[in-house]
Design a binder for this molecule. Structure first.
Ligand code: PLP
Length: 370
């Protein structure tokens, strides 16, 4: 049975009529760049996250970049983040002119290891950016406690964790600002590029609204050097249709994850993902830690089952960031993640047959140690 890593078409089939109506409304109103459909989504997403403000932007990368700029981060500053992430987290830091500095991840949650955070802080550290990777919140209590002691703002990269909760509160609301991506394959995805920043800080929110719209407070009153980072009206309308389904879809992801983890619990060559106690996991990706990853991928491919690698290189070992001067062995847990983690098919519309097919194919794999 063919099982893709993700099937966006199944989601489209569920929502076809509602999406067509929503898109028609935008076309009829010619409200394409920002505007009322974006504002409607911003209000709904702020309420969903439990924040006072949501600022819709063009992508998750822009959300991170503008959040850093809104905190006046730039040349001469350092921003601490993790090497086990999608490269956008680090690009956003670089594009302010600040220097990214890394701290390794925890071997259980694969997110920022708070016990290593203080060593990474210097007198130039201007922000800390934990990433809620694969759908699991980072250890925010420890991270915000340390950041608070040093007076450093925390910016959360929540691009993979829409709807995830840590200590009773949504991700993105534990630091000063939270950054979301609505790239189509995310847990809440647009039909194109989109992102958002959430915050309770009214001054930051105001600054972000200006930064995303050419630095203007009102039309042609350009008070700061801004950018064009508005969210499309079409994306706002699409996201408003999908947001009410996010919790249902996340619950389906969790059910798939539970079926996988039960099926793989006894395998002596694989470790299932572990969720720490004070948080939930919304399984943007289901990461199985395996010995013999290449062989397993080949075997799954024979059974027509897709698998992915997130990510084949930790950021400190990419060509793009070689100039930072890090090398192999500097962040061993992140490096180990890049060599052993395998993403299995994960999407809310997976059929029972598809889930069983993946369980069967993985369980029948016999890893041969040499
Ligand atoms: C997707 C993603 C981003 C970037 O979002 P885009 O909308 O693709 O620009 C940033 N950080 C992480 C962890 C992501 O997964």
């Amino acid at each position: 049975m063919r099982v893709p890593l993700i099937d966006l078409n199944a989601q489209y089939e569920e929502l076809k009529d509602r999406l067509s109506d929503a898109i028609a409304h935008v076309l009829e109103a010619s409200a394409f760049a920002g505007g009322p459909f974006v504002e409607e989504f911003e209000a709904a997403f702020a309420e969903y996250c439990g924040t006072n403000h949501c600022i819709g932007v063009g992508s998750g990368t822009e959300a991170l970049w503008l959040a850093l700029l809104a905190l006046d981060i730039g040349p001469g500053d350092e921003v601490v983040t993790v090497p086990n992430t999608f490269i956008a987290t680090v690009e956003a830091i670089s594009y302010t002119g600040a220097r990214p500095a890394f701290v390794d991840v925890d071997p259980v949650t694969y997110t920022m290891d708070p016990s290593l955070l203080e060593e990474a802080i210097s007198n130039r550290t201007a922000a800390i950016v934990p990433v809620h990777l694969y759908g699991q919140p980072a250890s925010m209590a420890e991270i915000t406690e340390i950041a608070g002691r040093y007076g450093i703002p925390v910016i959360e990269d929540a691009a993979q964790a829409h709807g995830a909760v840590y200590a009773g509160q949504r991700v993105g609301t534990h630091g000063v600002v939270g950054c979301y991506s609505f790239y189509p394959s995310k847990n809440l995805g647009a039909m194109g590029e989109a992102g958002a920043v959430v915050t309770n800080d009214a001054t930051l929110a105001e600054k972000l609204r200006m930064l995303r719209d050419h630095g203007q407070r009102s039309k042609y009153a350009h008070d700061v050097k801004g950018w064009n980072a508005r969210m499309d009206g079409l994306q706002g309308a699409v996201l408003s249709v999908k947001l009410p389904l996010l919790d249902v879809w996340n619950a389906k992801r969790q059910a798939v994850a539970q079926a996988y983890s039960e099926a793989f619990a006894e395998l002596n060559w694989a470790n299932v993902p572990v969720t720490a106690e004070d948080r939930n996991h919304v399984y943007h990706l289901y990461e199985l830690a395996v010995d013999g990853r290449e062989e397993l991928i080949k075997e799954l491919r024979t059974a027509d089952i897709a698998a992915g690698i997130h990510y084949p290189q930790p950021i400190h070992l990419t060509n793009a960031y070689s100039s930072l001067g890090y090398g192999v062995g500097d962040f061993p847990v992140a490096e180990n993640c890049s060599q052993t983690l395998l993403s299995l098919p994960m999407f809310p519309h997976m059929s029972e047959e598809q889930v069983s097919a993946v369980c069967e194919a993985v369980r029948s794999f016999r890893y041969q140690t040499v």
